[in-house]
Design a protein around this ligand. Structure first.
Ligand SMILES: Cc1ncc(COP(=O)(O)O)c(C=O)c1O
Length: 386
């Protein structure tokens, strides 16, 4: 009889079976979407692990087991969005604590730290984590957390997680890695020494542009308890249906990521040879400053590609309206290809801050359509740009 995944199983096997043995009561091979908000108890305080759905839910449990296993951990906590997951990790800090964030962090992370947590007494410094010595220069006695994103959104810079973790741990601080762009298929932050791996599961984990969600995986049981406490206390939990959608997406994560990476390579090759493109940012390129680190800590280089339009902002704004298959839209990491202008869209909230992005930058989320069609679509649009 099928009993689900075991510890030594491969990534693809765990993606399909971890936390998802056939349902004990019916044999259903897909975890049921458990909509009940409350669960019968045999006697006061005696129940089968479920009391109230904000605190624990069977569909959420299946998702938490599965993604934790993919991150190489026993502890996974699912949230209603990536930012809710980030918020829970930031709430493990106390007023007076200081956090170091990357100088090219996702704009929403910057907004959450600078406009929400700062008001509640958290100090912060934005640092270029690629620069040797930058972390030490920004360090304060109160520094308790280093926030790493690698590859970063939208400039695809790479941070050496092992190096940051060994420095931060030496000074008694924790390291969080936003693993949204890489996914656990390409990169395992906990194995590299990070204390937590955080996701917007809205992106590659869900993979189909139809669910907003977040996830935190941690190794340390005490930190896991703290994050789980916050999940229940704050209440930013995903619905059972949303958990089902992410779980369904995760089953095909490995094959999707392989195609995202392969298509990104084709797109990068074309962009590199096009006159309308000033510079391509992709960690798979040998001349990318983070290439060696990425090659060491990632299995492949991912499906996100950014580039600078040779004609500046005007050309970038023109280009993003000219593609047929790449849809002009925010978000990323799903089966369909997307194109966007970070300075005016996803990263508009960073305007005027140290995290402001180049106005000529265009970001692509390369999907899993036929690679040749994607290349032709972009090349045609670039040929006609102002
Ligand atoms: C790298 C990264 N982290 C976190 C988030 C926030 O996730 P969500 O939109 O699910 O709240 C995003 C969203 O775009 C992101 O790109």
């Amino acid at each position: 009889m099928s009993t689900g995944a075991e510890a030594g199983d491969g990534f693809e096997t765990r993606a399909i079976h971890a936390g998802q043995p056939p349902d004990a009561s019916t044999g259903a091979i897909v975890p049921p979407i458990s909509l009940a908000t409350t669960f019968a108890q045999h006697a006061v305080g005696r129940h089968r692990g479920y009391e109230y759905s904000r605190s624990a839910n069977p569909t959420r449990d299946a998702l938490e087991h599965c993604v934790a296993s993919l991150e190489g951990s026993h502890h996974g906590v699912a949230f209603a969005s990536g930012l809710a997951a980030e918020d829970a990790l930031l709430r493990t800090l106390d007023p007076g604590d200081h956090v170091i964030i990357p100088s090219d962090a996702y704009g929403g992370t910057f907004r959450l730290v600078a406009r929400v947590h700062e008001r509640h007494g958290i100090g912060w410094t934005a640092v270029d984590l690629r620069e040797p010595g930058a972390l030490a220069a920004a360090w304060r006695d109160e520094t308790r957390l280093v926030w790493v994103e690698t590859p970063t959104n939208p400039t695809l810079s790479i941070v050496d997680v092992e190096q940051v973790a060994s420095f931060a741990h030496g000074l008694d601080a924790r390291v969080v890695v936003d693993n949204t762009f890489a996914t656990p298929f390409l990169q395992q932050p906990l194995a590299l020494g990070a204390d937590a791996s955080v996701h917007s599961s809205t992106k590659y984990l869900g993979g189909h542009s139809d669910v907003v969600g977040g996830f935190v995986a941690v190794s340390d049981p005490d930190l896991a308890d703290e994050v789980r406490f916050l999940q229940n206390a704050m209440g930013a939990v995903p619905s059972p249906f949303d958990c089902y959608l992410v779980l369904r997406g995760v089953k095909t994560l490995a094959v999707r990521m392989e195609r995202h990476c392969a298509n990104a390579r084709l797109v990068v090759d074309m962009l590199r040879g096009h006159d309308a493109v000033a510079r391509v940012l992709y960690p798979g390129l040998a001349d990318h400053p983070g290439h060696d680190v990425a090659a060491r800590q990632m299995r492949d280089f991912g499906g996100m590609v950014s580039f600078l339009a040779a004609g500046g902002e005007e050309a970038a704004l023109d280009l993003v309206t000219r593609t047929r298959l790449f849809t002009l839209a925010e978000s990323l990491g799903a089966v369909e290809s997307l194109i966007e202008h970070p300075a005016r869209m996803t990263h508009a909230s960073a305007a005027g801050s140290p995290l402001e992005v180049d106005r000529a930058l265009v970001r692509l989320s390369v999907g899993i359509e036929s690679g040749g069609d994607l290349v032709a679509d972009l090349a045609r649009a670039l040929d006609t740009v102002v």
